[in-house]
Design a protein around this ligand. Structure first.
Ligand code: SF4
Length: 358
């Protein structure tokens, strides 16, 4: 049976990058609604894409180590299997959003189809870290780059694909997990991060949550991964104030879909905002928003302080090279509150949502 022509989007990892790359199928359908869109990723991320409104088929590359069985009806197998299967699926263009040796093999398997590659900006980010006296221009927010790659106005809107991918049942379960925080509204805090230099202290998150509750009447829920250092730091600070959620990421997204906003370190939780259609405040320390991973949505904003040593790494570091981690320690919860308050007010049409507590 002849296939309709298809475009394949390639992004294997990591979680945050896949969340952002998964906006591209929507852009491709906006460019040409008649084309099919395939998404090629690692098997561990296939379930996140289940029910994606703009993806016609997921190709999940099996991993040698640590692979998790996929719950989706996607095509899975080795990279070679994927290339074979894609050959029978009408692929006539490939958008390589990863640009590594693996994605190069896919491109090499389709020498006669159109290849679209976004600028990688790796050199510019390195210059920002190691040669900032050259004053490299900021990298635009990644979703703007992706829209431009698809021939669209970079400033246009993004569809909250993950909210639409979640079933009603998943959203109901997400609401149930938010529990008592749901009726009055809540903010989701992304407390964790893989790299130490990207982590705002857990005590600052809790102080921010106290002020949000006091002045805005909103509860806070904390997203942490099992075994993460942030989880251990958070537990003694909470003592009944807010709730820590250690959930699989899709379940966390179903909770986030009910939140008023996300406040997060520069990690995957930050990218839940545009995926579920809520504003986010990114908390930046050892990395900077000028790398292109912040302010993806029109209401999104950033909490940070100016410091001569920022940024000190392209991806983050396992410890502060200067030992004091001032970029995060000195970033006061009050500063983050001012930024979040502005975001909440803009989301509310410019009206303040402040509450007065006796
Ligand atoms: S204080 Fe400076 S050197 Fe230390 S982690 Fe932050 S940006 Fe890097």
């Amino acid at each position: 049976m002849p296939h309709r022509r298809a475009a394949a989007v390639v992004r294997f990892s990591s979680l945050g990058d896949v969340l952002l790359a998964a906006h591209v199928p929507g852009y491709l359908k906006e460019e040409d609604s008649s084309r099919r869109v395939l998404f090629v990723t690692k098997e561990r991320y296939a379930d996140l894409l289940r029910g994606h409104p703009h993806v016609d088929r997921v190709y999940a590359v099996r991993e040698r180590h640590g692979a998790q069985p996929s719950a989706t009806s996607c095509v899975s197998g080795s990279l070679r299997d994927m290339i074979q299967a894609m050959r029978g699926d009408g692929v006539e263009e490939i958008l390589d959003l990863h640009q590594n040796w693996r994605s190069s093999r896919i491109l090499a398997g389709f020498p006669n189809v159109k290849h679209r590659l976004p600028p990688k900006y790796a050199l510019r980010r390195r210059l920002m870290v190691y040669a900032r006296w050259l004053r490299p221009a900021p990298v635009p927010p990644l979703l703007r780059t992706y829209r431009g790659l698809c021939g669209l106005d970079p400033a246009g809107a993004s569809d909250p694909w993950l909210r639409r991918a979640l079933s009603d049942r998943e959203l109901e379960r997400g609401a149930a997990k938010a529990g008592g925080a749901l009726p009055g509204g809540f903010v989701l805090m992304g407390v964790g991060a893989r790299w130490e230099t990207k982590r705002w202290p857990a005590s600052h998150f809790v102080a921010l949550a106290d002020r949000i509750e006091r002045e805005r009447g909103l509860t806070s829920l904390y997203a942490v991964s099992p075994g993460e250092r942030a989880a251990a730091e958070l537990a003694p600070l909470l003592s009944g104030r807010g709730m820590a959620l250690t959930l699989p990421f899709r379940e966390l997204a179903a909770v986030a879909a009910h939140a008023r906003a996300v406040v997060s370190n520069d990690s995957a939780v930050l990218h839940l905002g545009p995926a579920v259609g809520i504003p986010v405040v990114g908390v930046f320390g050892g990395t900077v928003p000028q790398f292109g991973f912040a302010r993806q949505g029109p209401l999104d904003d950033v909490a940070e302080i100016e410091l001569g040593c920022r940024p000190c790494g392209v991806h983050g570091r396992s410890r502060c090279p200067l030992g004091h981690h001032a970029c995060m320690r000195r970033l006061e919860p009050d500063r983050a509150f001012q930024v979040l308050a502005g975001v909440l007010d803009r989301a509310n049409g410019g009206r303040s949502t402040a509450v007065s507590r006796a």
